[in-house]
Write a protein that binds this ligand. Structure first.
Ligand code: TXA
Ligand code: MG
Length: 340
């Protein structure tokens, strides 16, 4: 299959182009498209054949459920039979935006979407290309991140092409995604609500609206949200994550760097801008200023992919602060580090 690339200006969306992409979704084929978090691989959520093509293209196991993307809050009532008031409240505050709500599913949603669970994950993305596509396709769209299974999520159309060229009908190129990490997955079927995956909406932001939320204890082991397998977010290179206080961190990074050098490995350092000079003479990629966590999140996956593209064997990564969106960054780095 020849994958078509359709460039759409996010600031001046061409409805003609959106209609071409929407026709592919309606016909039951796959279109990758930008959201505010990462690129998604879209299919008609109500067409079982179309949904199964997603698993095939990504090499994703059927045991990993998908997120259904909608363009109107009222769609919740078609896709779910039981919507707790907290879900409405959160949707009103954070949608469109990087929050996915897990609720009881209605009959409209087939088992292939939910991996047989009686719940469904739903979100409204804050990206006008994505929203127009859903509206024009006149159907909810399931979309996992548009990467091969186990690889880091794509934040540009080029990342998508690197993984899925020749395997899907179309990629909409709408530029770099803004948030850079996936949506927060929140299960609102339990009380208090539970975070199954950290992401673009922080724990602090959620707690401001609903009081306490629980971060699922099994989250680290990746059991509760089946997509959170440890192989996720992993670059091909071995990743060493260096946490701890500022000065110790730099010393530790240098320690690992010297060890890698001794062994003749091709290694690079992912560092905060303020520490760049400390690693003079080594290959360094800058994630951003440590105090600008949003910017770091936006850069994360692109940097990890660029290390792979350049054939690095080892990435030594400086840890960031565990607050706000920093927690989502750290969760992804910890998983990548624990992988091998
Ligand atoms: O930001 C995002 O969420 C991106 C963009 C494209 O929207 N999508 C995304 O999808 O990250 P994916 O398939 O890569 O991750 C979906 C996550 C997985 O961890 C999956 O296990 C979880 O959502 N999930 C989906 N349905 C679920 C359910 N019913 N119960 C618990 N977890 C669920
Ligand atoms: Mg994914």
């Amino acid at each position: 299959m020849k994958t078509k690339i359709l460039k759409i200006n996010p600031n001046k969306i061409s409805l003609t182009k959106i209609k071409i992409a929407a026709a592919i979704i309606k016909k039951g084929d796959l279109v990758a498209f930008p959201t505010e978090t990462v690129y998604g691989l879209g299919a008609d959520a109500l067409n079982i054949q179309a949904v199964s093509k997603i698993f095939q293209a990504k090499g994703r196991p059927f045991s990993d459920p998908l997120i259904v993307h909608i363009a109107e809050i009222t769609e919740l009532y078609r896709l779910s039979t039981q919507i707790p008031s907290i879900a409405i409240k959160l949707a009103q505050v954070f949608w469109p935006g990087p929050l996915t709500l897990v609720v009881k599913k209605s009959k409209l949603i087939s088992d292939i979407v939910t991996a047989g669970l009686d719940t469904v994950a739903i979100r409204m993305p804050a990206n006008n290309i994505a929203l127009s596509l859903i509206r024009e396709a006149q159907t909810p769209i399931v979309a996992p991140s548009a990467n091969l299974f186990g690889r880091t999520s794509p934040t540009t159309a080029l990342h998508v092409a690197d993984d899925l060229d020749g395997k899907i009908e179309m990629i909409i190129d709408g530029g770099r995604t803004k948030v850079g990490v996936e949506s927060t997955v929140l299960d609102v079927t339990t009380e208090p609500a539970q975070i199954l995956r950290t992401g673009g909406i922080s724990v602090e932001q959620l707690e401001e609206i609903v009081g306490q939320v629980i971060i699922n204890k099994e989250l680290e082991r990746g059991l509760r949200s089946p997509g959170m397998l440890s192989s996720h977010y992993s670059p091909k290179a071995k990743l060493i994550l260096v946490e701890g206080d500022k000065d110790i961190q730099v010393a530790d990074v240098l320690g690992y760097a010297l060890k890698c050098k001794e062994r003749g490995l091709k290694f690079g350092i992912m560092a905060k801008e303020e520490n760049q000079e400390k690693y003079h003479g080594f290959q360094v990629k800058i994630i951003g200023k440590g105090s600008e966590l949003k910017n770091c999140a936006a850069n994360l996956f692109d940097i990890l992919r660029s290390f792979d593209k350049e054939g690095f064997e080892v990435i030594i990564a400086e840890g960031l602060e565990d607050r706000g969106i920093g927690l989502a960054i750290m969760e992804r780095l910890r998983k990548a580090a624990s992988d091998r």
